[in-house]
Structure formats: structure tokens, C-alpha cells
Design a protein around this ligand. Structure first.
Ligand code: ZN
Length: 283
């Protein structure tokens, strides 16, 4: 009897509970989505993180493959699905849409402090005079620094170095501009900088060289750019970072490259999987 009745259970009976279940699932999905969409953007911080962060490096047992184990705050390094850097494949780009626009640059002559933070040479502006506008939001330049060799690759090709300009919005969101570097003529904009690289790690109270730089002389921003959603390339590898990679390449002389490599070489994170991310090309 029971067996016979089961298939003929009146479907009406199930409509309400199923509806309630679906509604609850739908609501919880929405809450999860809303949290996922907002939380990372409010927690990202400018690289590098505070001096209290756990020690990390580019080699050995504190190297990139172990970053996630050094501190629970570095978990995204292993479990994130939107990590940087990536290999940009130029045959697989989505041409700009209305939403993904080209950054507009407002750079001007500014005094910078040159720091040696133990991972790279970093220049910190002494006034918030440089900013970019990206997808209608303003991001103020926080610092810029170098990697050798490049972190991003284009069609599997690394560059001799890569410059990262890190910008932050009033809401705390990050937008990083990456510019590839090739060996060529001496770079006049960085002439003073590379002649004054601090040989020792600089600290809070250290006296640091100051240089005057106009980034507008370095980079016009007129040429096309690749854009994608990624992460910091150093711990904590926070996601929600708007990446722009310039197609315009800049040059440093062999002497300038050697001056940097004498301090840091191999300060690059390995390429990360792209997963389902779209890489845009904006003209
Ligand atoms: Zn960087």
C-alpha cells in the first residue's frame, strides 16, 4: 500500500515547502553574493602590508608557493581565483565595452621618497598630487615600485623589468598600472632615482633620498591597455584589484637595470591561473 501511494503523492503538498526552500536559498545566495562583492574591496591594503606582517620572500621556504601557510591573512595566495600576475594572451582579448574603460591619467611633477623595503625599491609621493580616473572613480597614487624580471607576461614573453604604480580610491579600492620595461636608452625620468638607490633597507626613521619626478614625462597613457580583475602580487595577495597593463613600453639603460638587479633580482611572483576571467583591451 505504502509503495503504491508514494508515486501518487499530491504534488500540491510540496509546492509551498519547495517554494520556501528555494526562496531561502535564493536569499542566502544573494547575501553571499553581496558579501563577496563588497568585503574584499573594503579589506584590501596597499602593498606591502604593515611591518607586523609575517616575513615572506621570493625563494626557499618563505617563497611564493608557501605564502599562504605563513599567515592566515595570506590565504588568498593559495585559494584565490583572481590572482595576479597572469600571462596576457593577445589572441584572447575582449575589446573594451562601455563598462570597462580606459584609465585617464593626471600625473604631475611631485617629490618622492625612495625606499628600500626589503622586497623592492619603492617611491612614495610626498603629496597626493597624482591620480587616475578609472570606470568613473578616482584613485590616488600611493607608491610605485619595480620587479625584475617582469611579473606579467605578454604571449608568454617576460620583460626585463616591470613597473607597478599602485593607486587607491577613497573607498579603499586599488587600481594598479603595470608598465613593461625593456633595455635601451637611459631613462631621464628615473635618472636621479637610479643614481640614489638606498643600498640598505630603509625604516620609519631612516633618512631617505628624495627625488622630483613627473610621471607624465614617463608615460602618456595614449596607447592601448589591457585590463583585468586581479590581486596584489605580494602577500596578502588581496583580490579586487583593477589591473591595467600598458602596451606602451618604457626603457631603462643597461646600467640602470644593473643598479636595480644588484639589489633585487627575481622579485617576481610566478604566473597565476587566469580561470574564467576576461582580459579586456581598451584603445
Ligand atoms: Zn608590484
Amino acid at each position: 500500500m505504502i509503495k503504491k501511494r508514494r508515486p501518487s503523492l499530491p504534488s500540491k503538498k510540496w509546492d509551498l515547502p519547495v517554494f520556501v526552500l528555494l526562496a531561502v536559498l535564493g536569499l542566502s545566495q544573494f547575501v553571499l553574493y553581496a558579501c563577496a562583492a563588497t568585503t574584499p574591496q573594503t579589506t584590501v591594503s596597499v602593498e606591502p602590508v604593515s611591518t607586523e606582517a609575517k616575513h615572506w620572500s621570493y625563494t626557499g621556504d618563505t617563497g611564493p608557493e608557501y605564502w599562504y601557510r605563513l599567515d592566515p591573512a595570506y590565504a588568498m595566495a593559495q585559494y584565490g581565483k583572481s590572482q595576479s600576475p597572469i600571462d596576457i594572451i593577445t589572441s584572447d582579448l575582449t575589446v573594451s565595452s562601455d563598462i570597462i574603460g580606459k584609465p585617464v591619467f593626471a600625473y604631475q611633477e611631485t617629490q618622492f621618497e625612495v625606499e628600500n623595503n626589503g622586497h623592492t625599491i619603492e617611491l612614495v609621493p610626498m603629496a597626493p598630487d597624482n591620480y587616475i580616473t578609472i570606470d568613473s572613480d578616482s584613485y590616488v597614487l600611493q607608491q610605485f615600485h619595480f620587479h625584475s624580471p617582469s611579473e606579467h607576461q605578454i604571449d608568454g614573453k617576460p620583460f626585463v623589468m616591470e613597473l607597478h604604480l599602485v593607486h587607491k580610491s577613497a573607498q579603499g579600492n586599488l587600481a594598479v598600472l603595470g608598465i613593461m620595461i625593456t633595455e635601451g636608452a637611459e631613462n631621464e625620468v628615473f635618472k636621479e632615482t637610479f643614481a640614489a638607490l638606498p643600498q640598505e633597507i630603509t625604516h620609519e626613521g631612516s633618512s631617505k633620498p628624495e627625488v622630483k619626478i613627473n610621471l607624465a614625462d614617463l608615460f602618456s597613457g595614449e596607447q592601448g591597455m589591457y585590463r583585468y580583475e586581479g590581486s596584489l602580487t605580494t602577500p596578502p595577495c588581496s583580490e579586487g584589484v583593477k589591473w591595467s597593463i600598458a602596451t606602451q613600453v618604457i626603457e631603462l639603460s643597461s646600467a640602470q637595470i644593473h643598479a636595480f638587479n644588484a639589489l633585487y633580482t627575481g622579485n617576481k611572483r610566478p604566473l597565476q591561473p587566469r580561470y574564467e576571467r576576461t582580459v579586456y583591451f581598451v584603445e
